[in-house]
Design a protein around this ligand. Sequence first.
Ligand code: UT7
Length: 316
Amino acid sequence: MKIIGTGSSIPHRVIDNNMLSTFLDTSEEWIYPRTGIRSRHVISDERLEDLGRDACLKALENSGLKPGDLDLLICSNVVNEYATPSLSSVIAQGIGVTCPCIDINCACPGFIYAMDIADSYYKAGKVKNVMIVCAEEPTRMVAWNDRSTCVLFGDGAGAAVFTEGDNFKESKLYSQPDVEKIWEYRLLEPSPFVTRKKEVNVPMQMKGREVFKFAVTTSVRDINDILSRRGLKPEDIDYFLIHQANMRIIEGIRQSLGVPIEKFPTNIEDHGNSSSASCPILLDECNRKGMFKKGDKIVFSAFGAGLMSAVALIEW
Ligand code: UT7
């Protein structure tokens, strides 16, 4: 398969670090040096499904395909307001398609997990054109009085359209289950038959330092694995599109690989961490800036709750 179009859509409301410090015990001086984040886009009057729809429509326009050309729509999402139907079904209705829809919840590596699934459909000869959309609203998962999590995240949607081709070279998915590192708990409707003791909703909890170490070590391992399997070295790669979780994580990965900064485009400074949407939003921004030329080798690497990580190599 190969990518023939990209799109993204982000909320209009921008919250910078100084705005956060009006209601939280935090500051630009704490947040920026530790994370690389200056501001983030947060959902206010938008709905996540509308951002997802807009990202898909922009990706379709960029690809030259029409909604009716799609054979499969995969949506990566961690949390949204619809428990059912799937967010992919809601977005499918928004863009006017009737193809099969699948939701996946693979946290921050969701875009790479979705590409891996799509690649299997291509190899099985089941599809010609596939849409992957990652739509995330992590600012609705955190407690806004918890300065250790809420300052890190931003919302948005990124999408990519794929067709037949051989530019998608390889992907690999990894899992190292450890629920306690990042989790959020949501109660379901009460039932007269549930006999467990009363439970409560718990907003996102994260062991930041441990996740930080996991992120750097797994990303470096995943990237080195895929490069050695393909007989490539870091210097053979034109761009590394890394999950935008923390600039220090990205910098740690870059330094371990010994790659110049120009090969590591970032947008964390004004987006924060938008979970699985971060890679396709960054991809779309780079694409629309005209950064990629035919034949460029691009590595994606992402990591997050699960704990899960994933890596992929494509050729533009
Ligand atoms: O998508 C993947 C998901 N998550 C991640 O990738 C996150 C990975 N982890 C990180 O990015 C970093 O661990 C954080 C940015 C979350 C935290 O940075 P840190 O250098 O590991 O700080 P820390 O959690 O060890 O906290 C250091 C201090 C603490 O104060 P004390 O106990 O030393 O007095 C915190 O209470 O900083 C305090 N602190 C803050 N202070 C001001 C934590 N958050 C804030 C804040 N503003 N927003």
